[in-house]
Ligand binder design. Structure first.
Ligand code: NAP
Ligand code: ZN
Ligand code: ZN
Length: 349
């Protein structure tokens, strides 16, 4: 077994604290990764507070992982010792259902195996995530990271990046599209960068006046404060596509009315209470409300390669792992510019 140091929540709502455990020795197709950086996703916070009601504790969160390959199992062909690699929200899936066969492992009909808080398919142990100094993952769920990318700033691409890239691609956002992004946090700022890179006209909706200048710098053509009713009204019926990245309950109906006929609003934010949706704006205009979950492994690699080619990374604030609980408090106050990334060198042995 491989000794591992980490930070874990011992139970729901407990602050994260140092936690030692062991990872499995590599199976034939496993890659052992020494973790350099791990991004801090709002989903980590939802889960250590058990807001989605399926937490397994103790829980080591973290699914925006970048590291270097330390060792490989006997059957590994895709990676070598020293390679810069990433791991996102999934470490396994059934690999045989129609979703898996189509490269949509996130919709695996047996349920994908999450990077933390999920049951390993082989030995039933509970997976533990990336707020730790190493991880052992099947090569099929390991992503290749270009050395052109800054490793720390690339870490959040593994969740915030793919979660925003995938719906923008699926709904074919590009030149001529008018796109709205709701919420300028970890996901929101990547949605903004990608929509801008794809050539869309992008309007950023925010509750934070202090983020206006950053939104423009990150690629917005316009910024709208969502509590400014007049500014909101000016966009009625004009959007092809709106991506909602907000982590807390809020009114969706005001945004549905901003879509054009047949426009789509897609939820990626998952607050702990369900929204109230009015049928009227959907019916009068044949508009859609949909959702999207991360992205498959092949598309995640495509997104990482796109980022390497176009020089896209996340705007991050590096933190020491001992500061994680304070970082969560700041995240709850929307005080993140725009993703915390834990420097794993600060995890003391
Ligand atoms: P985050 O960095 O905390 O950003 C959320 C942003 O939402 C905040 O920065 C804030 O932006 C806005 N916001 C917060 N409270 C609000 C409120 N009461 N009303 C309106 N806006 C509010 O979070 P994140 O890591 O980007 O994650 C966002 C959500 O996506 C979370 O629910 C997370 O679990 C979910 N998620 C989903 C997937 C998926 O596959 N679907 C993947 C990853 C994460 P402003 O300051 O600009 O208003
Ligand atoms: Zn995430
Ligand atoms: Zn499957």
């Amino acid at each position: 077994m491989i000794p591992t140091r980490s930070y874990a929540a011992s139970q729901a709502h407990a602050p994260l604290a140092p936690y030692a455990f062991e990872r499995r020795d590599p199976r034939a197709d496993d890659v052992v990764i020494d973790i350099l950086y791990c991004g801090v996703c709002h989903s980590d916070l939802h889960q250590i507070r058990d807001e989605w009601g399926r937490g397994e504790f103790p829980m080591v969160p973290g699914h925006e992982i970048i590291g270097r390959v330390r060792a490989t199992g006997s059957g590994v062909t895709k990676f070598r010792e020293g390679d810069l690699v990433g791991v996102g929200c999934m470490v396994d899936s059934c690999r045989t259902c129609s979703s898996c066969n189509e490269g949509l492992e996130q919709f695996c009909e047996k349920g994908f195996v999450g990077t933390y808080g999920a049951k390993d398919r082989h030995d039933g142990s509970v997976t533990q995530g990336g707020y730790s100094n190493n991880i052992v993952v099947s090569q099929e769920f390991v992503l290749s990271i270009s050395d052109k990318l800054d490793a720390a700033a690339a870490a959040p691409l593994l969740c915030a990046g793919i979660t925003t890239y995938s719906p923008l691609r699926h709904w074919k956002v590009g030149k001529g599209s008018k796109v709205g992004v709701i919420g300028l946090g970890g996901l929101g700022h990547m949605a903004l960068k990608f929509a801008h890179a794809f050539g869309a006209h992008v309007v950023q909706f925010t509750t934070s006046e202090s983020k206006r200048a950053d939104a423009m710098r990150l690629g917005a053509n316009e910024v709208v404060l969502s509590n400014d009713a007049e500014a909101m009204k000016a966009h009625a019926g004009t959007f092809d596509f709106i991506l909602d990245t907000v982590s807390a309950p809020h009114d969706l109906n005001v945004y549905l009315g901003m879509l054009k006929r047949e426009g789509a609003m897609v939820l990626v934010g998952l607050p702990d209470t369900p929204p109230t949706v009015s049928g009227a704006p959907l019916i009068f205009g044949r508009r859609s409300l949909a959702g999207s979950l991360i992205g498959g492994i092949a598309e995640t690699q495509e997104m990482l390669d796109f980022c390497a080619e176009h020089g896209i990374v996340c705007d991050i604030e590096k933190i020491a792992i001992a500061d994680i609980n304070e970082a969560y408090e700041r995240m709850l106050r929307s005080d993140v510019k725009y993703r915390f990334v834990i420097d794993m060198a600060t995890l003391e042995g």
